[in-house]
Structure formats: structure tokens, C-alpha cells
Design a protein around this ligand. Structure first.
Ligand code: PRP
Length: 212
């Protein structure tokens, strides 16, 4: 039985659609209830819904054999897992954003608020800039509006949150998408099953590419 950690929410539903189309269906997961674990013994799969930012922890520690996590989480926390495939969904970008009037290049010891402090620090280190990093856990857009920071480093998907808060993208740091990941020892013990699953998922990525 392969244990598969799915990210709860809209992305997770898209991810499950791909697993289902790839031949790893588990019909009970479609039932409307608050259950978190679903299995299909015939297909030898057990799915569970976890908070998106926790998927990599379940996989790293072997509670899940495989899972789907955003590249943002993989870069921020560097979990010790195999990254098997870019699923090409959940696409967004990691950006520096600030109020329109702000010129981040002109500020010394820039104050940067972010949920992604490692990504933000690595980015500014690569630019040779010293920054004052401020770790937040959500609603990061508030920070420059209330004067807590000069800029934010955050995920931009549609751009609506920035626009509605009078902020704009100053720089795009990285493109982000969902990745299929595997626990290292699960991969060693179930190489054939995980390779087969990865190839079937790759076919789904190609299909989605042809019919976006
Ligand atoms: C993310 C991100 C932005 C928003 C971007 O927040 O931190 O706030 O989505 O999406 P958009 O460009 O489509 O508007 P999330 O929904 O994860 O909530 P959070 O603020 O609690 O982190």
C-alpha cells in the first residue's frame, strides 16, 4: 500500500484528479465528509489530506511514501526528500512587492516581511544586500501598509491581493509549481511502484499541457 499525502484545498483536488486519471482512483475521497484518510485496497493506495505546508514533513519522516508539495515549501524548508516530478499545476511566483511609491533599491538595511524567510534571505544574500528580515505567518501584505516593513517577499498567483491593497510586484524571484515528492527509503523499497506512478503522472502532465 502506498501512502500518499495530498495538500488540502483547491490544489489538492486538482492533484487528486491527476492521480485518479493516472489510474490510482479512490472513489470514497469524493464523498462529502470530514474524513482525512481514504484507501482503495484494490489499487493499493491510501490518501490523506494534510495542510499543504505539512506535506513535506509527512513525506520526509516516512508517514507518507509520496506527496505533493509546492516548490516554495521545498525551497523554504529543504526537506530531505526526492523531488520526482513537476506537476505543472498550482503555478504562481515568489515576488518582492511593495507600495507603488517605494523604491526598494534606494533603501539601506531594507526591512523585508515574509512567511518565507529563508527564500527571502537567500535572495538578498545573492544580491549582496543586508536586510532586516521579519517573519510573519500570514496576511503579509499588511506589513508595508502599516509601516512594519518596506517590502514583502510573498507568493503572487492572480495578483488580486496585491492590487486590492495598493501594492505592486517589484521583482519576480522564482516561478513556483506543485512537485511530486517521495520519502528516500520508501523510494528505495518501492522503486518499481513509485517509478510506475511517476511515469503515469508524467503522462497526465503532458495531457494537461496539450489541453490546458
Ligand atoms: C497567498 C499569498 C497571498 C495570496 C496571493 O496567501 O500569501 O496573500 O495568496 O494570491 P493572489 O495573487 O491570487 O491574490 P494565502 O491565501 O495562502 O493566505 P495567508 O495570507 O494566510 O498566507
Amino acid at each position: 500500500m502506498l501512502n500518499i499525502a495530498l495538500p488540502k484545498g483547491r490544489l489538492g483536488e486538482k492533484v487528486y484528479d491527476m492521480f485518479e486519471a493516472a489510474g490510482y482512483e479512490c472513489p470514497s475521497i469524493r464523498e462529502k465528509n470530514r474524513k482525512l484518510i481514504f484507501e482503495n485496497t484494490e489499487k493499493q493506495v491510501r490518501y490523506f489530506w494534510v495542510k499543504p505546508s505539512d506535506v513535506a514533513i509527512y513525506v520526509e519522516r516516512g508517514a507518507a511514501d509520496i506527496g505533493v508539495a509546492g516548490k516554495d515549501i521545498l525551497l523554504e524548508y529543504s526537506p530531505d526528500v526526492y523531488e520526482l516530478l513537476d506537476l505543472d499545476i498550482g503555478k504562481c511566483r515568489m515576488c518582492v512587492a511593495a507600495p507603488k511609491a517605494c523604491d526598494p533599491d534606494g533603501i539601506n538595511n531594507l526591512r523585508v516581511a515574509s512567511k518565507f524567510v529563508n527564500i527571502a534571505s537567500d535572495y538578498y544574500t545573492s544580491m549582496g544586500r543586508d536586510i532586516d528580515i521579519i517573519k510573519l505567518n500570514g496576511s503579509v501584505e499588511l506589513a508595508p501598509i502599516l509601516g512594519l516593513s518596506d517590502v514583502i517577499v510573498d507568493i503572487v498567483e492572480t495578483g488580486t491581493t496585491l492590487k486590492e491593497n495598493d501594492l505592486e510586484v517589484k521583482t519576480t524571484i522564482l516561478p513556483i509549481s506543485a512537485r511530486l515528492i517521495a520519502n528516500r527509503s520508501s523510494f528505495r523499497f518501492h522503486t518499481r511502484e513509485i517509478d510506475t506512478l511517476t511515469e503515469k503522472m508524467r503522462e497526465q502532465v503532458e495531457k494537461n499541457d496539450q489541453n490546458p
